[in-house]
Design a binder for this molecule. Sequence first.
Ligand SMILES: C[S@@+](CC[C@H](N)C(=O)[O-])C[C@H]1O[C@@H](n2cnc3c(N)ncnc32)[C@H](O)[C@@H]1O
Ligand SMILES: [Zn+2]
Length: 273
Amino acid sequence: MCYQCPLCHQPLFEEGAAWRCANRHQFDRAREGYVNLLPVQHKRSKQPGDSAEMMQARRQFLNEGHYQPLQQAVCQLLASVLNANQPYRILDVGCGEGYYTGAIAATFSSSTDVRIAGLDVSREAIRSAARRYPSVTFCVASSQRLPFITGSISAATRIYAPCNPEELSRVIRPGGYLLTVTPGPRHLLQFKALIYQDVRLHDSAAESLPGWTLCSETSLAYPLALNSDSAATLLQMTPFAWRARPEVWGRLATGGAFACETDFMVRLWRHQG
Ligand SMILES: C[S@@+](CC[C@H](N)C(=O)[O-])C[C@H]1O[C@@H](n2cnc3c(N)ncnc32)[C@H](O)[C@@H]1O
Ligand SMILES: [Zn+2]
């Protein structure tokens, strides 16, 4: 991938087990193959991003296949627009433990010059992703300052992850694509009802992305019937977990199957350039 130095913004070159820029800034490749491009002065906390517990809960839940329809929809949409035999560079921003990144890599595995990268601010998530998906190039970095050369990315995905839109516009080339997944109005409504007295529907309006054209907007919604373990795991991987009182965890553990709705908004944007 076309990394740039997070300190001086010069291109980074791979030399042995490290990435170096012309100004001699050096970033070592970890044993698992990823590189940490998050300088300590850019960190907002000691361990930014999802914790190891959240990451493990997400991996367990995703492994059970509950979000497989979304994984397929993301891969199909990307494959439908990146269908020529070209040197595509695809970035998964806020990739977590790599569930979607790995599937994107598998989708393009027979293409000769397509490279897939995953970026997350959580070192735990990237370490785990790099172990599991060795064909993907992973880095620890913040989506607020993407360590990629301007215009070097053909397409990016942003699935339930924060990002700086100006940085996306900088790194994605003119004519390139951005695929976003955000919660639809009824996403996990029944979970929220366990925790909040006044449950509000998610706002489903598309964010405004200056310089981008919205090409398609698809709602993907389907019911989930979760056993108590999966329901507790799902709660653990959401931001609702820390608000959930002990009674809520108790109800999930003893209440039998838990029925809830998924509701995803999948949008494809094209960079006007
Ligand atoms: C809800 S999770 C989604 C992970 C993955 N896209 C998925 O859907 O499985 C959000 C992810 O964004 C990451 N994250 C949060 N703030 C970030 C930032 N500033 N830069 C990069 N990643 C960030 C978290 O560590 C976490 O892995
Ligand atoms: Zn440098």
